[in-house]
Design a protein around this ligand. Structure first.
Ligand code: NAD
Length: 439
């Protein structure tokens, strides 16, 4: 089973009871196009290496397309198709007017120097630009696994050069550094969104009683897998709201402390280049999955896909699984866990904070003015981040209410995932029907 098959299974089970013509459903489900690219770069030692990469465009029912670019040694075409597909439904669910896209470059960034990473990023940008597949009105990438605002700023400056200093160049990519037109709050946005979704879920006394939990985040025991952009920020906001981060899993080991770990201390330890297992004041294990199976209230997978599957679904002891990562649970594992009363907050809702704030960044770049500058007579430096965080909160709460309403329509018999997919599919179908794509 790969991630694309998993996506198709989730899609098929959600669309089954919707009244959408088969042909339209096939169009909504399928990925419009994928480029498989190969390009050479010269390494620092003078040798030439051919880099393999993909660019996926899932749906053009809205423009531009939006979706991150990942650097990963295991990325492949099906994964890019699945990730691009998920983006389409995510954007529809949270009312962000984009189609879904995705990029993947098959490298492990740890094996390349800064200069080499810059060459790879700029060359990939050139490849997309030369195919008319990058720009404020075509495809607007952002950060994803293995990339940061640094790579996005390289993409921006390359695009700007290639497009003759197009006045809207900054809107060709989001999650940029602030000096390049990025917005305050984007770096934290996905993790903040994970926190907002969990806060909303846990405030529902009735739902929590069903799984034997008290309402509220206070003292909830949390395990996080992947302490990168999404995992760290999710842990930070959950911790601030009173939850205890009892476990963290990284690629080279896992750590546990029943009294709680300080997310900032762990982050600065990792930033200095140390292994997670060298962190003090906790139990540590060479097995990255040791802590993953610990008893906890909330498990946040925030690394890669399919980490919860048929081989390990029996071992999980979490009551709630919060999908920070895209596609961390396979279809079979999802069915099994749901039957066993585990509440799953799905990726297409829970990690949408990134694309929501990217939408605000794109709007800011097209408007050529900082949020709040005009409304507030230009005298508040803090205004932009407050506006953005409030709008993110509002958007995610509204989407959560829509998901809840959909579940209630179905007598709460359907999962949060099925409800989220159904909402996304219906909105996309309506767009197609109203556009008259199928005369
Ligand atoms: P990241 O590169 O910042 O962090 C990923 C972390 O996972 C790294 O610290 C890495 O060492 C760790 N990791 C790798 N393999 C692991 C393993 N086997 N076990 C435990 N940890 C492991 O990436 P990110 O941006 O935080 O993205 C993580 C996930 O969230 C991806 O699925 C991505 O698609 C999704 N996502 C990211 C964003 C975003 O805005 N960055 C938005 C939506 C979804």
């Amino acid at each position: 089973m790969n991630f694309l098959e998993t996506f198709n299974q989730f899609y098929n089970s959600a669309v089954k009871h919707l009244e959408i013509p088969d042909g339209l459903s096939a169009q909504i489900q399928s990925c419009d196009s994928v480029y498989h690219l190969r390009f050479p770069i010269t390494l620092d030692n003078g040798q030439i290496e051919v880099i393999e990469a993909w660019h996926g465009e899932h749906s053009h029912h809205m423009s531009p397309l939006k979706g991150g670019i990942r650097f990963s040694s295991v990325v492949n075409e099906d994964e890019v198709r699945a990730l691009a597909s998920l983006m389409t439904f995510k954007c529809a669910l949270v009312n962000v007017p984009f189609g879904g896209g995705k990029g993947g470059i098959k490298i492990d960034s740890k094996n390349y120097s800064l200069d080499e990473l810059e060459k790879i990023t700029r060359r990939y940008t050139y490849e997309l630009h030369s195919r008319n597949s990058l720009g404020p009105n075509t495809y607007v990438p952002a950060t994803d696994y293995g990339t940061t605002s640094r790579e996005m700023s390289w993409i921006y400056s390359t695009f700007k050069t290639l497009s003759n200093s197009n006045i809207d160049s900054a809107a060709a990519v989001t999650s940029k550094n602030i000096t390049q037109g990025g917005v305050k709050g984007r770096k934290e946005a996905t993790g903040r969104g994970v926190f907002i979704g969990l806060r909303e879920l846990l405030s529902d006394k009735k739902e929590m009683a069903k799984i034997g939990l008290k309402a509220g985040l206070k003292n909830k025991k949390v395990v996080v897998q992947g302490f990168g952009n999404v995992g760290y920020h999710a842990a930070l906001f959950l911790n601030k709201a009173g939850a205890k981060i009892i476990g963290i899993c990284e690629y080279d080991g896992s750590i546990y402390n029943s009294k709680g770990l300080d997310p900032d201390k762990v982050k600065s330890h990792l930033k200095s280049g140390n292994s997670i297992v060298e962190f003090k004041d906790c139990e540590s294990f060479d097995d990255p999955y040791h802590v993953f199976y610990e008893e906890c209230d909330i498990l946040v997978p925030a690394a890669l896909e399919e980490v919860i599957n048929e081989s390990n679904m029996y071992k999980l002891k979490a009551k709630i699984i919060a999908e920070g990562a895209n596609g961390p649970i396979t279809f079979e594992a999802d069915q099994y866990l749901s039957k066993n009363n585990v509440v799953i907050l799905p990726d297409l809702y829970l990690n949408s904070g990134g694309v929501i704030v990217s939408y605000f960044e794109w709007l800011k770049n097209l408007n050529h003015v900082r949020w709040g500058r005009i409304e507030n007579n230009g005298n508040s430096e803090m205004k932009e981040v407050d506006l953005i965080n409030n709008a993110l909160n509002e958007t995610m709460c509204q989407a959560f209410d829509e998901i809840k309403a959909k579940r209630n329509d179905a007598n709460s018999q359907i999962s949060y995932r099925e409800a989220a997919y159904k909402i996304g599919i219906e909105k996309i179908a309506n767009t197609y029907i109203e556009m008259g794509i199928f005369p």
